[in-house]
Write a protein that binds this ligand. Sequence first.
Ligand code: NAP
Ligand code: GCO
Length: 269
Amino acid sequence: MNDNLKRFSLEGKLAWVTGASYGIGYAIALCYAKAGAKIAFNCRHQEGLDKALAEYAKDGVTDVRGYICDVTDEKQVYDTLSQIEKDFGQTVDILVNNAGIIKRIPMTEMSAADFRQVIDIDLTAAFIVSKAVLPAMIEKRKGKIINICSMMSELGRETVSAYAAAKGGLKMLTRNICSEYGKYNIQCNGLGPGYIATPQTAPLRERQADGSRHPFDSFIVAKTPAERWGTPEDLSGPALFLASDASDFVNGQVLYVDGGILAYIGKQP
Ligand code: NAP
Ligand code: GCO
């Protein structure tokens, strides 16, 4: 492998991808494993964890362990991190704050409890898990933190006030971790997926009773120069770049992987 390609290798690195039992997290973890990384992932449901382990095995990933951990629970996060370090015999080199939810409710109908839950999982949890892994990265003078942001880090839309507030905040948390810890050779960047076909967006792509496409599905295809939804695999290469030595001088950025949505006014109806 030539020196340039070596910079994209994750050989010997330990990556913790939160919420990687399926969807975007799974695709990122799989890509990292194929680039040589050992994988730790977590989720809240044993069934999802077991299914994911079977999928990883089917995809040829052997050096992977799953943990039941709710990323909003500080004790669970610290206990899981200790177990990960014990199981793999090393500290975390790469953290991907991927776990996330969305609640699509008009703001005037959304309870404060619902708003808080989205903020807790999509923003506060990234603070909790990043804070947990940072001391070892500081010690090693090396580390990568990748926060999974969103179109909603830049744009609003009806019914996603909590999610947009969380993802906007996550962009600024990314910049702040860069500012505070860049001197320790720690890079913290955001990855901003466009509209990706995963369980999270399945309701926006459901066929209508008459078999026609969901209006939102048609809207997104018209708004995307690539004229398609993204797949979790579309994120793998950019995620690998941000996790590898190839991005050691990239810090505090959000790399949008959106098929061009943010650059495009949208197709004339
Ligand atoms: P998804 O299919 O709904 O998967 C979410 C994952 O997070 C699951 O593994 C879920 O497992 C886990 N999770 C949720 N809450 C958790 C918690 N409190 N603690 C631990 N794990 C938790 O979502 P996705 O579409 O792959 O999205 C992944 C990330 O990308 C999210 O941050 C999302 O906001 C972001 N994103 C998605 C899109 C898109 O179009 N799909 C675009 C931009 C950004 P359990 O339920 O078992 O915990
Ligand atoms: C929505 C979607 C989006 C995507 C993604 C876009 O309801 O608008 O769920 O929020 O999940 O975040 O980048």
